[in-house]
Design a protein around this ligand. Structure first.
Ligand code: PCA
Length: 208
């Protein structure tokens, strides 16, 4: 199965982004049943969604899994919904900080992701990895790219499974915060995303 896996470059003053590191690690040794395409997206209100869509058009994968960092989350967070709202709590890497705007004027208020979120959660929990379903990817870029992806897939009539997983901070990022925040090792996050990809293959071939 051909899957597009994406991460983000570092942002918000951090030198690393676990989502980029996980994507690069999996690209070096993709799971056996996955034909993997990858992209690292810029943390930029204009360029981020455009880079994701151009990777979709370049590869036309059978499924899309996007990853991003949500420092402070205590578990692998499988997002269920993307909302039509831009309300950046910090500036992106180009200095944009937009408030109270829709992502797509006249677009629907929200889209549900089209990944098998319950099966992903169960697979991660059975592997002993802390995981949760999340009702909000926030109102920053991760929510925005997910909304734009689901909107464009919807508009183009392509029913690809597509969605988003937020990763906690890495231990070295958490250690710099005072007080420290929750973290997860790169090895565990990589294992989680491998399990997510394998679950997508299994669930999608069961349905197809
Ligand atoms: N996390 C941010 C954007 C890039 C990233 O990795 C977010 O949660 O919106």
């Amino acid at each position: 199965m051909k899957i597009l896996l994406t991460g983000f470059e570092p942002f918000g003053g951090s030198e690393v982004n676990p989502s980029e590191q996980v994507v690069r690690a999996i690209a070096r040794r993709p799971p056996r049943r996955v034909r993997l395409a990858t992209a690292i997206l810029p943390v930029d209100q204009q360029k981020g969604p455009a880079a994701l869509w151009s990777a979709v058009e370049q590869h036309w994968p059978e499924a899309v899994l996007c990853l991003g960092e949500a420092a402070g989350r205590t578990a692998i967070s499988i997002e269920r919904v993307a909302v039509n709202l831009l309300d950046y709590r910090i500036a992106d890497n180009a200095g944009n900080q937009v408030s109270d705007q829709p992502i797509v004027a006249e677009g629907p208020a929200a889209y549900f992701v089209t990944l098998p979120v319950r099966a992903l959660l169960t697979a991660l929990q059975e592997a002993g990895i802390p995981a949760e379903l999340s009702l909000s990817a926030g109102t920053f870029l991760c929510n925005q790219v997910t909304y734009v992806l689901l909107h464009r897939l919807h508009e183009s009539g392509r029913a690809l499974p597509a969605g988003f997983i937020h990763l906690p901070a890495l231990p070295e990022q958490a250690a710099r915060r005072s007080p420290p925040i929750a973290s997860m090792s790169l090895e565990t996050m990589e294992r989680a995303v491998r399990i997510a990809l394998e679950t997508m293959v299994r669930e999608c071939s069961r349905k197809g």
